[in-house]
Ligand binder design. Structure first.
Ligand code: 13P
Ligand code: SF4
Length: 332
């Protein structure tokens, strides 16, 4: 017989208070398999004076149980700049850990899997940026945080999906280069008078959504509210009810409380938000980010046990890259 969370008295499961946060997502029979890692991570964090920052795309077992700070890329960068902890563990992808290191050169920053990359970060190099500068002299370069430190170092300022318009308009120029995400650039251009020169990078998760997906969702789920991340193609955004960063989508759900909703973004994001709103119906045609999914509880435990994998940035690159990130944070 299949046992469900509600069949098992909560007090009989390990770490009952923590289990309560995820019991609608994780069956009671699976919980003991996770609880050992969770208890070990909580203990190790104290021993190491470590803080665990988790992106909204981390799975609920990480997001709702062991994380100290959760959020979008901008929130994680801000919190990394504020923390007093000696060690930062980044449950997210490499560029996020690198950004945390740029802002905390004296601290130890760990990523549980060094291979957790990003198709956007892989789409452009520092040499590409130098060529773009030659081709468009005097045009400022606004770089999405989903890039390597070497790329950030060649840029004037960084942005995230939650502050792109504000950053671009703050520069007071008629034209900017915005890279590497072509769709974020085009979606931003639709909301500002500033002319935007884009690059051809795409997020492998969001580029797969299509306008037909939105139409068939509306047909099969009448009344559905469709939210989408601005890394989706503009033709998809045009069919949606709201677009915003991962944090902006979560805020929208909290404030507007749509009875039936779909988040066109990474699957775990929808799972995490759904756990916070048991009374709303979440429809799940989402896509998985294979890079985000490299981070697991056993790997986080291992990272804290062995203090690996430590993020380092060449100091010559770090100083210039930090300037681009700090300029963004100064603007909010
Ligand atoms: P957010 O800044 O909206 O969290 O996006 C990060 C990301 O990687 C989206 O794919
Ligand atoms: Fe990169 Fe897309 Fe994965 Fe975000 S979801 S980390 S942009 S590949």
């Amino acid at each position: 017989m299949l046992q469900t969370a509600s069949d098992t008295p909560r007090a009989s499961v390990p770490l009952p208070e923590i289990y309560h946060r995820v019991e609608r997502h994780i069956p009671a029979f699976e919980w003991p398999l996770l609880a050992g890692d969770i208890a070990a991570i909580l203990k190790l964090k104290k021993e190491r004076n470590a803080v665990l920052l988790a992106h909204n795309y981390q799975t609920p077992d990480i997001f709702h149980t062991v994380s100290d700070i959760v959020g979008d890329s901008l929130a994680l960068a801000r919190e990394a700049a504020r923390t007093d902890a000696e060690v930062i563990v980044l449950a997210g992808v490499h560029f996020m850990a690198e950004t945390a290191k740029l802002l905390n050169p004296q601290k130890t920053v760990l990523i549980p899997d060094l291979e957790a990359g990003c198709s956007l970060a892989a789409s452009i190099t520092a040499a590409d940026i130098r060529l773009l500068r030659q081709r468009h002299p005097g045009v400022p370069i606004v770089t999405y945080v989903n890039t390597s430190a070497a790329v950030k170092a060649e840029s004037d300022i960084c942005c995230t999906s939650s502050n792109a318009i504000k950053i671009i308009e703050s520069l007071g120029v008629p034209r900017v280069i915005m890279l590497p995400d072509e769709y974020l650039a085009r979606n931003t251009a639709a909301q500002t008078r500033v002319e935007i020169i884009a690059w051809k990078g795409h997020c492998e998760v969001h580029e797969r959504f299509t306008p037909e997906d939105v139409r068939s969702l509306r047909e099969s789920h009448p009344g559905i509210t469709v939210l989408a991340h601005p890394e989706c193609p503009p033709e998809v955004i045009a069919e949606c009810d709201f677009t915003g960063s991962t944090a902006a989508m979560a805020d929208y759900v909290g404030k507007e409380r749509p009875a039936r909703v779909v988040l066109l973004t990474e699957c775990s994001m929808s799972d995490n938000v759904a756990l916070q709103h048991p009374d709303l119906e979440f429809v799940r045609p989402c896509n998985l980010c294979p890079h985000m999914k490299r981070i697991t509880l056993p790997k986080i435990r291992h990272a804290l046990q062995t203090m690996t994998h430590e993020i380092t940035v060449d100091p010559a690159i770090a100083e210039r890259a930090r300037r681009a990130v700090e300029r963004m944070l100064e603007l909010g």
